[in-house]
Every structure is written in C-alpha cells, then in structure tokens.
Design a protein around this ligand. Structure first.
Ligand code: PHE
Length: 337
C-alpha cells in the first residue's frame, strides 16, 4: 500500500493531483484510517505492530507529499519567472511624441518678435462685458459699427469678445494715465460667422498697443514693417491703406507684399501682389480719455491681427478648419526637431 501511494505521488504532476492522492490514502475513508479503525478486532500482540506500521506508512506518505508539493510549487514559480523575464537586449518601443499645435507655435513666434521690440505680453477675459468690447472702444450702443461684428451674447450685457481690442482699455486703465504702455495680447475671439475655408466662429487674434508721449503714425509703420519682415522674411514690405475702425483715427488696413509670386499674381495674392494681414491705427482720443489717458499729452497706436491668417499664409494652409479638427496627419507636419 505504501509503495503504491509513493508511486502515485511521484506521478502526480500538479498540486491538485497531489491533493487527490492525499485524500485517497490519508482521508477519512482512506485505507490507513480504515486499518486504524479496525484495530479493535486485533489481538493484543498484533495491535502495537499493526498500529506502528500504519503510523509509519502514514508519516512516510505525508512526508513525500510535502516534498512533492514543494517541488511542484518551485517548478511552477520557475516557469512563471521564465515566462515573465525581460530581454533587456530587445529594441525598445517607440515613444510617440506630440508637438506644439501650429497656432500655439505661431502665437509664440509672434510674441517673441514683439518682445524683441520691447512689448510685454498680457491677456484678457474671453467672456467680456459690452462696456469693454464696445463702449470703451468708442462704439456707443446705437453705433452702426456694432453691426460689423455679429456677436454671441451670454446675457444682455455680457458676450464672448468679438476682438482682443477690449484688452487695450483694460490694460490702459491699470496704468492710471501714466505711459508708456507697450503690450501685445493673444487670445481667442468669437463671431457669429458661418464656418467655411476662411471663416470660423472662433479664431485667434493678437492685439498690439503702444501709448506714450509723441507716438506717431511712422512708429506704427516702422514697428509693423519690422515685425512682418521678421515673420515672413526680410524681402517683404508693407503698405497702409485707409480704413475705418471706431477706436482708431486715422485707421489703416495693412497689406504685406506677396512672397510667392513677387507681385505677378498667384493663388494667394491674386492680381495685386499684396495681401491684407491686419487692421491698425492711431488710438482715438476718446478711447485714450475713457481709459484714463490725457489725449493732449499721450498718443498711441494699436493693431490687431488674425493668428490663423498669419499661420495659413506662412505655411500654405488652405482651410482654417484644419486648425480645429486635430487630424494627426495635419498636426504631424508641424513637428520640428
Ligand atoms: N479689432 C479690430 C478687428 O478685430 C482690429 C484692430 C485692432 C484695428 C486694433 C485697429 C486697431 O478687426
């Protein structure tokens, strides 16, 4: 019996199989228990001998069971360690790296250029009051120019700003009538436009503002020309065309010379050889005064540009919607080393 049991232990190839061997030989219904239970029927001399033998066999089986259990567990552990081992010589997995969004990159580039020209970078709220978005920019409630910008109103006197120009008023106020003020302000703006290749209900602008004693139109032209040549290339020039904004007087639209066809006519610059890139002008005396500056002492200029437009012109992007749809194939093209 003992030998039989030991043979079965040897054959067992799992902890589970071992357990059934244990139950079979040492369990309550097993042969050893049976022998021990039948002791009463044996004679006085046989009893100790049989008892001794049964105990010996039981102890041996127990011992072998433990030994084998240990063996099996160790084998299982070895197996597991082998399966989980890491081959450090294998090539690593490629880590996919993102890149700055092209609009972020262009904003940072433009900021850098203006910082180089002595401007500081500020920000203002996207949800703006009617006061700052219009009234402090010389557009009273009934002013017809308010129709130029169809707006998203949040309440009767709060709206998503239609331009970054309210930051002009907000910034000037903090200076309490003391110049110079020299800032640029990037940010999102919102207009009720139908989205198409060149229009978006949400886009980005960068506002610029310079207020000091003796700031002149020639300063505006010089700063913008320096900026455009840094951004598009030293071979570019600008021209100013008369225009109208309620918060500047005089107002201008600024064109940059086309860099693709050199003015001979192409898809981008059409026939004229010039592309409109921003609006600007000398700050209206009413605006200076409302923001706490004495227009007899201070003058200033302001400008506002569309960031998407600057990005599209520089990188030859033909649809403004590419900036917002987050197509990886589009974004990947702006990875830089
Ligand atoms: N805020 C004007 C616009 O959105 C641009 C502008 C800014 C014009 C500053 C003049 C001065 O069209």
């Amino acid at each position: 019996l003992g030998r039989e049991a030991l043979e079965e232990i040897k054959q067992a190839d799992s902890v589970k199989a071992l357990e059934s061997v244990r139950v079979k030989y040492l369990g309550k219904k097993g042969p050893i228990t049976e022998v021990l239970r039948g002791m009463g029927q044996l004679s006085e001399e046989e009893r100790p001998k049989v008892g001794q033998k049964a105990n010996d066999v039981r102890e041996e089986i127990k011992e072998k069971l433990e030994e084998k259990t240990e063996q099996l567990e160790k084998a299982a552990l070895d197996e597991k360690l082998k399966a989980e081992s890491i081959d450090v010589t294998l090539p690593g997995k490629e880590v996919k790296q993102g890149a700055r969004h092209p609009l972020t990159a262009v904003v940072e580039e433009i900021e850098d250029i203006f910082v180089g020209l002595g401007f500081q970078v500020t920000e203002g709220p996207e949800v703006e009051t009617d006061q700052y978005n219009f009234e402090k920019l010389n557009l009273p409630a009934e002013h017809p120019a308010r129709d130029m910008q169809d707006s998203f109103y949040v309440t009767t006197d709060m709206l998503l700003r239609t331009q970054t120009s309210p930051v002009q008023a907000r910034t000037m106020e903090t200076f309490e009538g003391q110049g110079p003020v020299k800032i640029v302000c990037p940010g999102k703006v919102y207009r009720r436009d139908d989205d198409d290749a060149t229009h978006s209900h949400q886009f980005m602008q960068i506002e610029g503002l310079y207020v000091d004693k003796n700031v002149q139109m020639s300063d505006l032209k010089g700063v913008l020309e320096a900026f455009v040549q840094k951004y598009f290339g030293a071979d570019r020039s600008i021209r100013l065309r008369p225009s109208f904004f309620p918060f500047t007087e005089p107002s201008v639209e600024v064109d940059v010379s086309c860099g693709i066809c050199g003015g001979k006519g192409c898809r981008v610059c059409k026939h004229s050889g010039w592309i409109e890139v921003l609006g600007a002008g000398m700050i209206h005396p009413n605006v200076l005064e409302m923001s706490g500056f004495d227009p007899e002492i201070y003058t200033g200029f302001a400008f506002g540009m569309g960031v998407e437009r600057f990005a599209m012109l520089k990188y030859g992007i033909d649809d403004i919607r590419h900036f917002y749809t987050n197509d990886i194939r589009f974004l990947n093209q702006f990875k830089r080393a």
